[in-house]
Ligand binder design. Structure first.
Ligand code: DGL
Length: 268
């Protein structure tokens, strides 16, 4: 298949969390057009069954492929942990996901080989991070914790709220008790909580934000495939959501540090 380098990059998540990947792409690849999909009507995914998540994932990937994207980025650990293979199988364009990037970052960062992983219940139960990390370094000891409440708290915009702080203290306690020196944010919603999580974890723990690493990975892939956008003009960004985007817009604008002009509601 001939891929048009002018086509946008398709990025998707269950809600606002994937914007952490979009921000990394905007910074690293300032001339690339981006189409973002956030399934705001059905978030959170991380507490749903594998069958349901797989079905939603296929639906979103097909939607973005119809928009003629040149690359698909699964900016959601939950979808990547249970449905990455399926997206690879249906996509005629390359596919990247956040899990591999997070695993590589953790292995590179840890000194004492004690690594904590936090994510949604689905991501933690899938064992996808353990596999990705142990492929790289079987000696790393992993301590994982499902944090089901973080996604709704982030979607609510409670990024510095006392309730979020108490929740974080409770979730992180058993992981921090293992002397981890590295903590993988195994959910793209969590980078929005970085100031709070760093405060709770303490300065000795390095937080790994897989969204950050995606900027580099995407740049490398576009170059390798020869599909970087040759235009040096202001790119177009479009955001598709499945529910009235009031909070999406507020949280998104705060996070991206820019306005979200082209937000469209998709009715399924
Ligand atoms: N941002 C998604 C992830 O990385 C959140 C999943 C959810 O909707 O629960 O896992």
């Amino acid at each position: 298949m001939q891929i048009d380098p002018h086509s946008p990059i398709g990025v998707f998540d269950s809600g606002v969390g994937g914007l952490t990947v979009v921000r990394a792409l905007m910074e690293r690849l300032p001339f690339e057009n981006i189409v973002y999909f956030g399934d705001t009507a059905r978030v959170p995914y991380g507490v749903k069954s594998v069958e349901t998540i797989s079905h939603y994932t296929t639906q979103i990937a097909e939607f973005l492929l119809e928009k003629q994207v040149k690359l698909l980025i699964i900016a959601c650990n939950t979808m990547a942990s249970v449905a990455a293979q399926q997206v690879h199988a249906l996509s005629p364009v390359p596919v990247l996901d956040v899990i591999d990037a997070g695993a590589a970052g953790a292995v590179a960062a840890t000194r004492n080989k004690q690594v904590g992983i936090i994510g949604t219940p689905t991501t933690i139960n899938s064992n996808a991070y353990a596999q990705a990390i142990h492929c790289r370094d079987p000696e790393v000891r992993l301590y994982s914790q499902a944090c089901a409440l973080f996604v709704p708290l982030v979607e609510e915009g409670w990024l510095e709220h006392p309730v979020t702080r108490l929740t974080a203290q409770d979730y992180l306690k058993p992981v921090l008790a293992q002397n981890v020196d590295t903590l993988v944010l195994g959910c793209t919603h969590y980078p929005l909580l970085i100031p709070l999580l760093q405060d709770v974890a303490g300065p000795g723990v390095r937080l790994i934000d897989s969204a950050q690493a995606m900027g580099e990975r995407t740049a490398a892939l576009l170059k390798e495939k020869g599909i970087s956008n040759p235009n040096r003009e202001k790119p177009r960004y479009d955001y598709f959501v499945t529910d009235v985007p009031v909070r999406f817009q507020t949280i998104g604008e705060r996070f991206l540090g820019r306005t979200l002009p082209n937000v469209h509601v998709v009715k399924w």
